[in-house]
Ligand binder design. Structure first.
Ligand code: BGC
Length: 631
């Protein structure tokens, strides 16, 4: 009897010892193992439920630590403008992300999650963040090295809030400015968009030479995962209608819309987002040939493919009318992670049923999960799952504001300078008796930043953002004895009777995002045209257009003395004054064609009917005034 119990104790001891060993050594937790080995080990331990959870990204509003734990959720996100509290501090953001992370780490296998957000021109949802010019302005700089530095600054500000993943860059090639997302595109020219993919190594870090091309790469806790979007052809839809159909042959798709993906992949982009749009009638979210066939098999993209927000719902019309079909079509097409903000239980049930009934093979699920885990292991989140509070110091720092200011001045495009070439108006004199600043956009930070700022559709006014308006920038720059009068929409009489030396008129589009910005007439909203006419008819004027794209300007050009396209410059309006007053010269060049009338659209450089008001690449230059550079 004693012998038997000794034996039992021995067996028990052995069992618990191996159990202990198991608990102590799991290959996937060992950073000394290769990422491939770790992924393989981890996937082999996962249940179907755990795998499907990894494939989900849900919105913070519907998430909690418990829910993350219960459904093994792989990622949480903020949709445009979704914040934990009004004017939340960096610490509040970190607390929220860390809380979700606790839920993820308390699951059986303890797979950490990452948090995603649209940081598309700086960390644009966050109060006090630096807001950089939107992509169209960055395209005007023609300066990939600057764009890379902006990527690095954005990554730091994003990490300052505990977030590890940004839905940027948008590498759309906007072929029609009537599209409401045209400002998210660097250019109508694929080559310029390709050059601007330098933002990717800025966001993620430089891929080391020893790594094979196309492997997702992110270096350390000051960098973030990037996302090239929206694959593919988002900027080519008919009449620029958002999410619509891009009707072009394969050759044009490959020549215009695909090239920037080649660059992004070779620069190690970790993720690619699928476009809501269709290509020749086929929804991209259901396009197996382009996602699995071309992107994964031909281009050997090794990161993961993410759907757009409720992207698979929109495979059917009306959206979400046959969700089981949408799940099957999206997963089968090759999408790996699903931005499925709210209806995650439906997704889980449908996908479970589809796998159990062999409509979707387990190998497809394993491919999706392996890609997601590969990225998670590469980014080091298993070793450092929690955000580092010491990074909060980077949010909106002076250095980043200086960088944004540099980007602003390099993005200004001077379209006209004086009624005659030998009598330029710019640079403006700093010391005169009295000047007028006018227009709806002269003293409005929200307008200056455009859509995707604080809120999805942007904001109006100066209270929700930190930065410098153009009015303040002008006041900062002129001689203290120069009187600056500000009137939003003065009548001609007021202008005439005041004896201004010159006027600065700042007008443009009101903020918008996505389909809300689709616009078939592209006129400057009221009272912009009226302000231009009243002011420029009565005194010497420079007109600054704040817009996400070329707008109708031809009818006013003759009365305008100097004309500047400022795009959506962001929080650092001082950069505008830098060039107006000649502290720096104008160097920006048009990243897109400026049309005469909308009837010409679409019209892009190289088109047979090309007859622009200002051609692609146009931009006058000025020399900096010497006074700024003492000998
Ligand atoms: C947009 C994406 C964006 C996503 C998440 C979608 O509506 O198309 O560009 O990343 O929302 O906010």
């Amino acid at each position: 009897m004693a012998k038997i119990s000794m034996l039992l104790v021995g067996v028990w001891l052995l069992g618990s010892w191996t159990g202990l060993l198991d608990a102590e050594y799991m290959k996937y937790k060992d950073p000394k193992q290769s990422i491939d080995t770790r992924v393989e080990d981890l996937v082999s331990r996962m249940t179907l439920e755990e795998k499907i959870g990894q494939m989900l990204q849900i919105e913070r509003k519907y998430a909690s630590a418990d829910l993350v734990k219960k459904y093994f959720i792989g990622s949480v996100m903020s949709e445009g403008g979704s914040i934990p509290a009004p004017q939340a501090s960096a610490e509040t953001w970190i607390n929220m992300v860390n809380e979700f992370q606790k839920g993820a780490l308390s699951t059986r296998l303890g797979i950490p999650l990452f948090y995603g957000i649209d940081a598309v021109h700086g960390h644009n949802t966050i109060y006090k963040a630096t807001i950089f010019p939107h992509n169209i302005g960055l395209g005007a700089t023609r300066d990939p090295e600057l764009i890379k530095r902006i990527g690095a600054a954005t990554a730091l500000e994003v990490r300052a809030t505990g977030i590890q993943y940004v839905y940027a860059p948008c590498i759309a090639v906007c072929r029609d400015p009537r599209w409401g997302r045209c400002y998210e595109s660097y250019s109508e020219d694929p080559k310029l968009v390709q050059a601007m993919t330098e933002i990717i190594p800025g966001l993620q870090g430089d891929v080391p030479e020893i790594l094979p091309k196309g492997v997702p790469f992110i270096s350390g806790k000051e960098k973030v995962l990037a996302c090239a979007k929206h694959y593919v052809g988002d900027g080519g839809t008919i009449k620029g209608i958002d999410e619509y159909d891009t009707v072009i042959d394969r050759d044009v798709l490959m020549r215009i819309h695909m090239p920037a993906y080649f660059n992004s992949i070779s620069k190690g982009v970790a993720t690619i987002m699928v476009s809501y749009s269709s290509w020749n009638g086929v929804k991209m979210h259901a396009n197996h040939e382009l996602i699995t066939g071309f992107l994964k098999n031909t281009l050997h993209f090794k990161g993961f493919v993410i759907s757009d927000f409720e992207g698979i719902d929109r495979i059917t019309s009306p959206p979400h009318s046959n969700f089981t079909y949408s799940v099957e079509a999206g997963v089968s097409a090759g999408i790996d992670m699903f931005m499925n903000p709210k209806l995650y239980i439906e997704f889980i049930d449908d996908l479970t049923m589809l796998v159990k009934n062999k409509f979707i093979p387990m190998s497809r699920i394993d491919d999706a999960v392996s890609r997601i885990l590969w990225v998670k292991l590469m980014m080091g989140i298993f070793e450092n799952p929690f955000a580092d509070y010491s990074l909060t110091r980077y949010l909106g720092i002076q250095e980043h504001r200086q960088l944004a200011r540099e980007a602003v001045r390099k993005s200004m495009v001077l379209l006209k300078n004086g009624q005659y070439a030998d009598n330029p108006l710019l640079p403006l004199p700093k010391k005169v008796s009295k000047i007028l600043v006018a227009g709806s956009h002269a003293d409005n930070l929200g307008y200056q930043c455009g859509g995707w700022t604080i809120e999805w559709q942007g904001v109006s006014g100066n209270n929700l953002l930190r930065g410098t308006t153009i009015l303040t920038a002008v006041k900062n720059t002129v001689d203290p004895e120069t009187k600056v009068v500000y009137k939003e929409n003065p009548d001609a009489e007021f202008v005439k009777s005041n004896g201004f030396s010159y006027a600065i008129v700042v007008v443009g589009e009101h903020p918008y995002a996505e389909m809300h910005g689709d616009n078939m007439n592209l006129t400057i909203p009221e009272f912009g045209p009226e302000t231009i006419t009243n002011v420029c008819g009565a005194t010497k004027c420079v007109v600054i257009i704040i817009s996400g794209r070329p707008v109708v300007i031809e009818p006013y050009v003759s009365i305008i003395d100097a004309l500047v396209a400022a795009w959506l410059p962001g929080s650092e309006g001082q950069g505008v004054a830098d060039v107006l007053y000649g502290d720096y010269g104008f160097t920006g060049k048009l990243p897109r064609t400026w049309f005469k009338s909308v009837d010409q659209l679409p019209m892009n450089v190289g088109d047979p009917h090309y007859d622009p008001l200002f051609p692609f690449e146009f931009g006058l230059s000025t020399k900096p005034t010497k006074a700024f550079y003492p000998a």
